[in-house]
Design a protein around this ligand. Structure first.
Ligand SMILES: Cc1cc2nc3c(=O)[nH]c(=O)nc-3n(C[C@H](O)[C@H](O)[C@H](O)COP(=O)(O)OP(=O)(O)OC[C@H]3O[C@@H](n4cnc5c(N)ncnc54)[C@H](O)[C@@H]3O)c2cc1C
Length: 391
């Protein structure tokens, strides 16, 4: 990977951890639809759950490449565990970006150490891509805000301690931090998903929950445009890198399998159409890596086009992960459809990546806008440089 020696060392540390603590058990997590507490504690003890949180609040203050490398290594081992890292850090990032001083001081140290687990609750049974249409109501009740509504598909909603809930006030979509022990909040597990099956997903019911003013995040009306927007931007970034991890795992498994199994008197890897699939996966791996690194560099520079680069990386990475996981199953033949061969799990996980954090179609709609701006006739485009391409 085209990163500095320091980043390579940090990646080796992440890989040692995921190879020891997560990868050997990921099939069990998938089968049991459960992430063991011990795994979450191990992540927390290593400081990984707080990696992107600023150091002044007890986090790791990791730069964008470091955060990406952790997401990639988690994704290579188990996309469910990577999704815990994603949603937890989305909540922390929204608080770091938009929270008051008191909210940052209260929540960020708890999230950084993993003493509290965060979940992101935007989607509803009837509201998905059109996030601004949330129907969960939030009305002032004299003691704070009274919330009523349903949130669906909430990753790690079965165990989260605090939910970043987007509700609707008179001013429009508004963000609240709702604690699990709030009266009126209940969760119902959602099981038998096709992917990230260990992500302990839940429906969250808010049946008249009173939330104090101090748990209102940002200003009323800014819940989707600013607060969820910031959270989703980081979510897309870690999902993109997580997809790089899926592709890495699929390529490694496929190269190994194609070298070991013979058909027609020759190893699979000698058959040209199998080689074609490997070549395409190899290309997708490299292209995904470069797009993720490009997004990383722009994020660290706080460049205006970091948002577009992140959307591009997520879009490409998730579609590439689906292609690669599909070809990995193909190369494994019937074994690829069977329990015990992780490519089966990666296939379902990859498909979910095309739906969450903005579906592929939503990214296509938005990316076209960027293309119209960047390629409008007469507009000067800087020539690509080695730095720009991450090399
Ligand atoms: C495993 C899993 C975990 C999830 N975790 C979370 C979570 O933690 N928190 C959370 O809030 N949500 C979560 N979600 C929900 C996820 O964010 C939504 O599924 C996603 O936003 C898409 O919404 P939808 O499923 O309602 O699809 P819809 O919005 O109903 O879209 C259906 C299809 O129509 C397409 N479509 C929609 N609008 C357009 C358009 N304008 N142009 C072209 N095509 C369009 C979509 O791309 C999609 O293919 C999760 C979902 C899954 C599957």
């Amino acid at each position: 990977m085209r990163v500095s020696a320091g980043h390579r060392a940090v990646r080796a540390e992440f890989r040692e951890f995921t190879d020891r603590v997560i990868a050997p058990y990921a099939e069990d997590f998938h089968r049991d639809q459960h992430t063991p507490d011990a795994v979450i504690k191990a992540l927390a003890d290593r400081g990984y759950l707080g990696l992107p949180i600023p150091e002044e609040f007890g986090g790791g203050g990791g730069d964008a490449v470091t955060v990406g490398l952790l997401a990639a290594e988690l994704g290579r081992a188990c996309s469910s565990v990577r999704s815990l890292f994603t949603v937890h850090t989305m909540v922390a990032h929204a608080i770091a970006r938009w929270g008051s001083g008191a909210q940052r001081r209260r929540w960020l140290p708890l999230l950084a150490t993993g003493e509290r687990i965060g979940a992101f609750a935007l989607s509803e049974p009837e509201v998905g891509s059109d996030a601004a249409g949330v129907t969960t109501r939030a009305v002032p009740d004299g003691r704070g805000w009274l919330l009523r509504g349903r949130k669906k598909w909430i990753t790690y909603g079965q165990i989260a301690d605090v939910f970043l809930v987007i509700g609707r006030t008179e001013q429009g979509p508004t963000a609240f931090l709702v604690e699990r022990d709030t009266e009126g909040l209940t969760t119902e597990p959602i099981t038998e998903l096709m992917g990230i099956r260990a992500s302990m997903t839940a429906e969250v019911r808010l049946d008249g929950c009173t939330v104090a003013d101090e748990n209102l995040l940002g200003r009323p009306g800014l819940g989707v445009s600013h607060i969820a927007g910031a959270a989703l931007d980081l979510g897309r970034y870690t999902v993109a890198w997580g997809c790089l991890g899926i592709i890495d795992a699929c390529l490694t498994a496929s190269v190994g399998y194609a070298g070991g199994r013979e058909q027609f008197g020759a190893p699979l890897k000698e058959h040209q159409l199998v080689r074609q699939m490997i070549s395409r996966m190899f290309t997708d791996h490299r292209a995904t890596e470069l797009l993720c690194l490009d997004a990383a560099r722009l994020r660290d520079e706080r460049a205006p086009d970091a948002l577009a680069a992140t959307s591009l990386a997520k879009y490409f990475a998730s579609t590439a992960a689906v292609r690669c996981a599909s070809d990995a199953v193909q190369i494994h033949g019937a074994n690829g459809c069977a329990a015990g061969y992780p490519v089966r799990r990666h296939y379902g996980d990859a498909k979910v990546m095309e739906i969450i954090e903005g579906s592929s179609q939503i990214h296509e709609v938005n990316l076209a806008e960027y293309a119209f701006q960047e390629f409008s006739p007469g507009r000067h485009r800087p020539a690509p440089t080695a730095e720009r391409s991450g090399i």
